[in-house]
Design a protein. Structure first.
Length: 265
């Protein structure tokens, strides 16, 4: 990983937009700081398209799309997206209604089995706002030992589910997309951007293991400093890393991006 000073003006100026994670990246211990929110508005004022891509629920995505300076809010690790269409909010699900209902029924059965064996790991408090996955709280309100988290993920896989581990949650899902493939698909649907252009002209900013697909797929990748806690779990690391953590690191990355764009003018 390189320092932000290694970002060239040429690379910064080729960017069309920025895709970013929420928890541990824009949010600091779950809260949005003034520094991070100001950085979002500065990015938006520069003309770059802004895309949130998070493991948080679709219900959060709807609020983000309405209230934040975003062009697109992708939630549940690439499964669902929201965007404003004039005064209306548009929901884009990755599958049709009948497929969604079947998957929800099957997922509910899997989660019942998991909860019987993992009663010590609570469900996250945002599950009521979810459409496509069920999420266990492993580090948001309590600290679950890493071996126990690994046991949960293995048990879910044995039942036919996929899992994603973020800085705070384990997501159990039957979806086929991850953050990278879901983001590229929704960029195509929302803006008509082909996959090659999406991966080359949108930067990605993240912090943890469930961002690895994006660290691998996008050409220009950043992480905030707290990514170092996850390096042993990452097969592919981001190219650039900030000196500061969480929202302060996000603001640092934004400053570097905007300075790079100005420097190439």
């Amino acid at each position: 990983m390189k320092s932000l000073a290694a970002l060239s003006s040429d690379e910064a100026r080729t960017l069309r937009g920025v895709v970013f994670d929420l928890d541990g990246t824009v949010l600091t211990r779950g809260a949005l700081t003034l520094e991070a929110y100001r950085a979002l508005h500065e990015l938006r004022a520069s003309g770059l398209e802004l895309v949130a891509s998070t493991g948080r629920p679709a219900g959060w995505g709807a609020v983000l799309a309405r209230q934040w300076p975003l062009d697109l809010a992708i939630s549940e690790n690439g499964a669902v997206a929201h965007r404003r269409a004039g005064d209306r909010l548009e929901l884009v699900d990755g599958v049709d209604a009948s497929t969604r209902e079947r998957r929800r029924d099957r997922l509910a059965s899997i989660v019942r089995e998991l909860r019987a064996s993992f009663a010590d790991i609570p469900l996250a408090d945002d599950n009521e706002a979810r459409r496509t996955d069920t999420t266990f709280d492993v580090r948001e309100s309590m600290a679950t030992p890493a071996p126990r988290v690994a046991e949960l993920r293995r048990a879910a896989a044995a039942l036919g589910a996929r899992t994603f581990e973020s800085s705070i949650h384990v997501h159990v899902t039957l979806e086929t997309d991850d953050k990278a493939s879901g983001t590229v698909r929704f960029l195509s649907r929302a803006f008509g951007v082909d996959s090659t252009s999406a991966l080359a002209r949108y930067a990605f900013i993240g912090d943890s293991a469930n961002d690895e697909a994006c660290f691998s797929a996008f050409a220009t990748t950043f992480a905030v400093a707290n990514v170092r806690e996850w390096l042993r779990q990452l097969g592919r690391t981001p190219r650039f890393v900030s000196q500061r953590s969480e929202g302060a690191g996000f603001a640092e990355i934004v400053e570097a991006l905007l300075a790079g764009q100005r420097g190439g003018a």
